[in-house]
Write a protein that binds this ligand. Structure first.
Ligand code: GLN
Length: 307
C-alpha cells in the first residue's frame, strides 16, 4: 500500500486525541470579519503520498482560507523563473511577527525571508513581472496539482483584506522607497491579497504541495523546480515557515512546514508524503494550536521527520 494508506491509522489516532481539544486553546483570526466567523472547533488532517493518493480524517475536505500557506506556491513559481529573486529577499528567520516592519530599515528594504509578509510581497512582485498575473499563476498551480479545477479565490476575504490592508501597504511602500518593488505598490498588494484569499481543503492543499516531497516534480511528472530549488524551499519552510515560532515548530515537529492565519499548516516529509492540517484557533504567533499539536504527535508517533 502507498504512504497515505499506511499512515491513515496514525491520523485517526491523532484526530481522536487532538480533535476534541480543537478550539479549546487559542483564538480565531479576527482582523477581518470573513475569517472571524469560522468554527474554532473545526479540525481536519490529510496525508498525500508521493504516489498521489490522498486520505484524511475529520474536516479534511472542508475548504478554508489558505492565507500565508499560499506563500510557498508563489515562491515556487518565482524560483521556477530563476535565482535572481535572492538579490531582493533573504533567508534568515526574522524572530519578529509576520507583519513586522522593524528590520526593513536596517536591512535596506530587503526582507529577511520570503515567508514574512514583506518577503512575500517581494515574491509576488517578482511573479507579477514574470507572468503578468501573479494571483492567477498561483491559482492555476494549485488547481493543476490538486486536480481540483473548482478551487477559487474568496472575493469577500480578498476585499476585506484590502480594506484592512494598511500594514501590508506600509510594508510595500517602505520597500518601494528602497527600490525593491518592480511593479506599482497597489498592483502588488492586490495580487498578494487575492492569492491569500484562495479557499481550499486539507485534501487539496496536501496534494498541491507534493512537488516539495517529490524534489521538484509535478503530478504529471514534469519538473516545476530543480532539486536544489525544492530543497531550498523546504529549508526555508523549516527555518521560517512558522514566523517567530519557527524554532519552536522545528523543535516540536521537525519538518518543513508553512502556516497561515486561516489555521492551515502544510508540512513535508521529503521523498515520502505531505501533510495538511487545519484548525482555525491560533496561538499568539498566528499558528494553529491544534495543527501544531497534531503534527508534533505525527512525527512523535511515526518517527518520520527530516532528522
Ligand atoms: N493575509 C494575511 C496578511 O497579510 C496573511 C498572514 C498570515 O497568514 N500569516 O496579514
Amino acid at each position: 500500500a502507498g504512504a497515505a494508506r499506511r499512515l491513515l491509522s496514525v491520523l485517526r489516532e491523532i484526530a481522536d486525541e487532538v480533535g476534541p481539544r480543537a478550539g479549546a486553546v487559542g483564538r480565531v483570526a479576527d482582523y477581518i470579519p470573513a475569517l472571524s466567523g469560522v468554527d474554532p472547533a473545526a479540525f481536519g488532517f490529510a496525508v498525500a503520498g508521493v504516489d498521489g493518493e490522498v486520505l484524511g480524517v475529520g474536516d479534511w475536505e472542508v475548504p478554508f482560507s489558505i492565507q500565508s500557506v499560499s506563500k510557498v506556491f508563489s515562491l515556487a513559481l518565482a524560483l521556477a523563473g530563476g535565482d535572481s529573486l535572492w538579490a531582493r529577499v533573504g533567508r534568515e528567520p526574522s524572530g519578529n511577527p509576520f507583519n513586522s516592519l522593524v528590520q526593513l530599515e536596517h536591512e535596506d528594504g530587503i526582507p529577511r525571508n520570503p515567508f514574512i509578509n514583506a518577503g512575500a510581497l517581494v515574491v509576488t512582485d517578482r511573479l507579477l513581472t514574470l507572468t503578468g498575473d501573479a494571483r492567477g499563476a498561483v491559482l492555476e498551480l494549485l488547481r493543476a496539482e490538486s486536480g481540483n479545477p473548482a478551487i477559487d479565490f474568496d472575493a469577500g476575504v480578498a476585499r476585506s483584506e484590502a480594506a484592512r490592508g494598511d500594514r501590508n501597504a506600509a510594508l510595500a511602500h517602505f520597500m518601494a522607497s528602497y527600490g525593491n518593488l518592480e511593479n506599482p505598490v497597489e498592483q502588488v498588494l492586490e495580487h498578494y491579497f487575492w492569492q491569500c484569499s484562495i479557499a481550499m481543503s486539507c485534501r487539496d492543499l496536501a496534494a498541491a504541495g507534493l512537488f516539495l516531497a517529490r524534489h521538484g516534480l509535478r503530478g504529471d511528472g514534469s519538473r516545476l523546480l530543480d532539486r536544489s530549488a525544492a530543497k531550498r524551499i523546504n529549508s526555508i519552510m523549516l527555518t521560517c515557515g512558522a514566523y517567530d515560532a519557527a524554532g519552536e515548530f522545528a523543535f516540536r515537529v521537525g519538518l518543513p512546514g508553512k502556516s497561515g492565519v486561516g489555521g492551515g499548516i502544510l508540512a513535508v516529509v521529503p521523498g515520502r508524503c505531505t501533510l495538511c492540517v487545519w484548525s482555525p484557533a491560533l496561538d499568539r504567533h498566528g499558528n494553529s494550536v491544534a495543527g501544531v499539536d497534531a503534527l508534533d504527535r505525527f512525527t512523535t508517533l511515526t518517527g518520520l521527520s527530516v532528522f
